[in-house]
Design a protein around this ligand. Structure first.
Ligand code: NDP
Length: 237
């Protein structure tokens, strides 16, 4: 039997990049997968067709829509919150509305989705949130709001692990370093700077991150919760 046969999975932000790799991984391993998208309907439709999964449009910046999606998709065995954006530039120049939108997508949505999913989740349930090694280490200027959002997930996971642990539900954060996606292409202008911080001097692949998510979502991790799992070529070491 495939690892995730009969498991119900919701991936927030699954149309492209790391999220799409997570959708592919769960689908390959037998799960029933629903994933959300916002701005990429064509990519979402294609992925759903290719993988036999279900794509639904839900803007992670819309708190009530996120809560409704987690509720209406339940009961879930596995929730993965991947949707995330960057707002980069001199902190003195950034538009406060853009920063607040980042916090809505990167922090508020993971919190509300996790709480709502946990309401109906059975014992053995898994919540996995995609953070970033920038939650631990921020070696360049212009990324403070992004780093803030990813550090916030650490406190959230530690706290919600206490709330959900007695019900047999785990919550963990996966913290990638540079991963080759539209948001951070392996041949992008930041490549040499990013690789200079790393022991393994390349971008990671989205499927490498998906493999860590699959491990944390699997049957061997009942005792793993409230923890950060870094996959970064030693960017943060
Ligand atoms: P991409 O920009 O390539 O993809 C982002 C995904 O999130 C897309 O599927 C996008 O869907 C979805 N998304 C973005 N905003 C929203 C929204 N408002 N509502 C719903 N879905 C949304 O990013 P990555 O794959 O690179 O990043 C994925 C996660 O990994 C993020 O949380 C990011 O912070 C984190 N991360 C990435 C790293 C990297 O180097 N790539 C490193 C460390 C962490 P759509 O296009 O349909 O809107």
């Amino acid at each position: 039997m495939a690892t995730f046969e009969n498991k119900s999975v919701l991936v927030l932000g699954g149309s492209r990049g790391i999220g799409a790799a997570i959708v592919r991984r769960f689908a390959k391993d037998g799960a029933k997968v629903v994933f959300t998208y916002s701005g990429s309907p064509d990519a979402a439709r294609q992925l759903a067709t290719d993988t036999g999964t279900t794509a639904v449009q839900t803007d992670s910046a819309d708190r009530d829509a996120v809560i409704a999606r987690a509720r209406d998709s339940g009961p879930l065995d596995i929730l993965v919150v991947n949707a995330g954006i960057g707002v980069f530039g001199d902190a003195l120049d950034l538009n406060p509305d853009d920063v607040d939108r980042l916090l809505a997508i990167n922090v508020h949505a993971p919190y509300h989705a996790s709480v709502e999913a946990a309401r109906q989740m059975p014992s053995g349930g898994r919540i996995i949130v995609i953070g970033s090694v920038n939650g631990d280490r921020m070696p360049v200027a212009g990324m403070a709001a992004y780093a803030l959002s990813k550090s916030a997930l650490q406190g959230m996971a530690r706290g919600l692990a206490r709330d959900f642990g007695p019900r047999g539900i785990t919550i963990n954060v996966v913290q990638p370093g540079p991963v080759d996606t539209d948001a951070n292409p392996a041949d992008g202008p930041m490549k040499d700077v990013l690789h200079s911080f790393m022991a393994i001097k390349r971008h990671g692949r989205a499927d490498e991150v998906a493999a860590m998510v699959a491990y944390l979502a699997g049957p061997d991790t009942d005792f793993v919760t409230g923890a950060m799992h870094t996959i970064d070529g030693a960017f943060g070491a």
